[in-house]
Design a protein around this ligand. Structure first.
Ligand SMILES: Cc1ncc(COP(=O)(O)O)c(C=O)c1O
Length: 452
């Protein structure tokens, strides 16, 4: 804890005003007047306004201290206000903004060289961007250029973002319905394996559907040149494919000469126990997208690919055909370069495995036999508790959200996942202490027991 901060990052929750307290409620009222009403969900029970975040702790406007089991959408894997990021920013140059694709800021080059070494191929090139959806756009364009075929195969339950291209590959009707007629129709969706419900637990049915789509093309008739997949579905509800599935998918991609994009925006950077989880799950991608934890809280993302794929882009003639104002933002690049170093020097993948195993073990022993709990699963620090209605495994619509709402009252920040909000998702920071793990397990166990 520094003089400037009021929480250390290692504390247990301290709730002295029922959240949302009066200060948060007053801010929510003001927000309602000035922000588009679809952006922030406001109710009697939600949200709290953050004023400080350190390690695993968040302080709200009413002085309540929370443990953040989301690391704010998976971003703060190294903890909020990580010393790694703070020191890098303090020690970096005074350059606040550069001219990304024209006169580049020097930190852009340093980051690109580190990303080239980070990629799983001998010669790696990257396109930087600001958020995850943008990196997905870059990857989909790269896939189309390198394969020469515009069609895409994506998976049911996937979340790749909400910009037009990434939304085309995100099947959930909630996000698409109002914009369906603006979305690219050349995306085929195959089922993502569901080990609880599939008759073939090895994902063979899903691979058959992939084969079929690759043979026959997308719904609009476009031939498919790119497959995009999250090696573990994140917002889809921490869905882990069976062991042989991703290797099988890689073989199909080779057989049909199709490029494979691994969307590691949530799973990458050590969260799932490896710098890139595809490498340990048998996926052999041609393109990888990373974001979220990459900047340690600074906005940055990247689409990386071997030169043989990335060089499908023409050489710039002075007017880049895929760029943006903040591409290669110097502060974000400086932070990301430090995060990439820290993943190795602090062995973040190992820490994620250790903390994740402790959390998973605790949650399993508390909840595996609890009524309505179909599964407690996780890889490293991406975990999910899946709720069902009945023996037929009907998803318990909204129960993940109800548990998250009840958890807020006890000082735990959590989010629901899954197409039906039927999963409680945990993506905590790797800085979570043993005490914070034990406390979280106890509180979640109690809340699940009393929240139908
Ligand atoms: C796997 C995955 N891909 C893409 C995205 C989109 O990233 P962003 O929200 O930064 O645009 C997300 C965000 O949750 C994600 O989890």
């Amino acid at each position: 804890m520094t003089e400037a901060t009021r929480v250390s990052g290692r504390e247990l929750p301290r709730i002295h005003v029922r959240p949302p307290g009066p200060a948060s409620a007053a801010m929510a009222k003001r927000l309602h007047e000035v922000e588009s009403r679809n952006v922030t969900f406001v109710s009697e029970h939600w949200p709290v306004f953050w004023t400080e975040a350190v390690g695993a702790n968040v302080l709200d406007a009413d002085g309540n201290v929370f443990v953040d089991l989301t690391s704010a959408f998976g971003v703060a894997l190294l903890g909020h206000a990580s010393p790694v990021v703070q020191e890098a920013l303090r020690g970096g140059s005074s350059l606040i903004h550069g001219m990304g694709d024209i006169h580049p800021p020097a930190p852009k080059l340093e980051l690109l060289e580190k990303l080239a070494a980070f990629g799983p191929w001998p010669e790696t090139k990257a396109i930087l961007s600001t958020g995850g959806s943008e990196a997905v756009e870059a990857a989909l364009k790269t896939g189309a250029l390198a394969s020469g075929r515009p069609g895409v195969l994506a998976f049911e339950g996937a979340y790749h973002g909400l910009t037009a291209g990434s939304l085309s590959a995100t099947p959930r009707p909630h996000f698409r319905a109002l914009f369906e007629d603006r979305l690219y129709g050349g995306v085929a969706f195959a089922p993502f394996p569901d080990h609880l419900r599939d008759p073939t637990p090895d994902g063979a049915d899903s691979l058959e559907a992939v084969r079929d789509a690759l043979k026959h093309g997308a719904p609009n008739g476009d031939p498919i040149g790119t497959i995009i997949i999250e090696p573990i579905q994140a917002r889809g509800g921490a869905r882990i494919p069976p062991e042989a599935f991703l290797a099988g998918l890689s073989s199909l991609a080779r057989e049909f000469d199709v490029l494979l994009i691994a969307d590691e925006i949530m799973t990458g950077m050590g969260r799932c126990g490896a710098p890139l989880v595809s490498s340990v799950l048998g996926l052999e991608p041609d393109i990888v997208v990373v974001g979220k934890a990459l900047g340690g809280g600074m906005p940055i993302s990247a689409c990386i690919a071997p030169s043989r794929v990335m060089d499908a882009w023409p050489v710039s003639d002075g007017e880049a055909i895929h760029t943006s104002t903040f591409l290669g933002h110097p502060l974000s690049c400086t932070a990301a370069a430090a995060v990439l170093d820290a993943i190795q020097s602090h062995d973040i993948p190992r820490r994620s495995r250790e903390v994740g195993d402790a959390l998973l073990g605790g949650l399993r022993s508390r909840l595996m036999d609890a009524p309505g709990v179909a599964d407690v699963r996780g890889v490293g620090l991406l975990l999910g508790i899946e709720f069902v209605e009945d023996e037929a495994l009907t998803p318990a619509r909204g129960r993940g959200a109800r548990v998250a709402e009840a958890a807020l009252l006890e000082g735990l920040i959590l989010l629901p996942g899954g197409d039906h909000g039927h999963v409680l998702e945990l993506t905590p920071p790797a800085t979570l202490t043993e005490q914070q793990v034990e406390h979280s397990v106890r509180v979640i166990g109690d809340i699940v027991g009393r929240t139908p």
